[in-house]
Design a protein around this ligand. Structure first.
Ligand code: SF4
Length: 147
């Protein structure tokens, strides 16, 4: 297990605001829709061969609004939204998987929101298992999602 100093050295860097994708510094490099698929394929293959890809999953629901919030969120106490939202993420992930010409090496998986813990443990488990089906793990500690 890495020490706190190693973790600080690894993560103490400036990064773009993660709730926008593509992140703002890359907006000028966006290609027309016509080339998006080809661009995705090429960038995926390049990044996958360089040690793997990082994923960010946005889970936008919160039960109450914080007065300082600037996030992309949906305020609700209706937890029935969980199932449909996860189904939609997994469908979107399948669209990306269809464009990947090799099995993805996943080096990082980030959950953000919103409040990821809005979702039940069972639904978070379903989401993670759906994303991590048929992948190669890189540089992860071996942890169980069953607690
Ligand atoms: S997204 Fe974060 S800051 Fe915004 S309402 Fe939810 S918990 Fe509060």
């Amino acid at each position: 297990m890495p020490s706190q100093f190693e973790l600080l050295a690894k993560y103490n860097t400036s990064v773009p605001r993660y709730t926008s994708y593509p992140t703002v510094p890359f907006w000028n490099e966006l290609t027309p829709d016509l080339y998006w698929e080809q661009n995705f394929r090429e960038n995926f293959m390049k990044q996958n061969s360089l040690g793997g890809i990082s994923l960010y999953l946005h889970l936008p629901f919160c039960e109450s609004l914080c007065t300082y919030c600037g996030c992309n969120k949906k305020i609700t106490t209706n937890h029935a939204v969980e199932e449909e939202y996860i189904d939609t993420i997994l469908k979107e992930w399948q669209l990306y998987r269809n464009l990947m010409d090799e099995v993805p090496v996943i080096r990082e998986l980030h959950l953000g929101g919103g409040t990821p813990t809005f979702f039940s443990p069972r639904n978070i488990e379903r989401l993670i298992e759906g994303i991590l089906k048929n992948y190669v793990r890189s540089g992860w500690e071996d942890r169980s999602f069953r607690g």
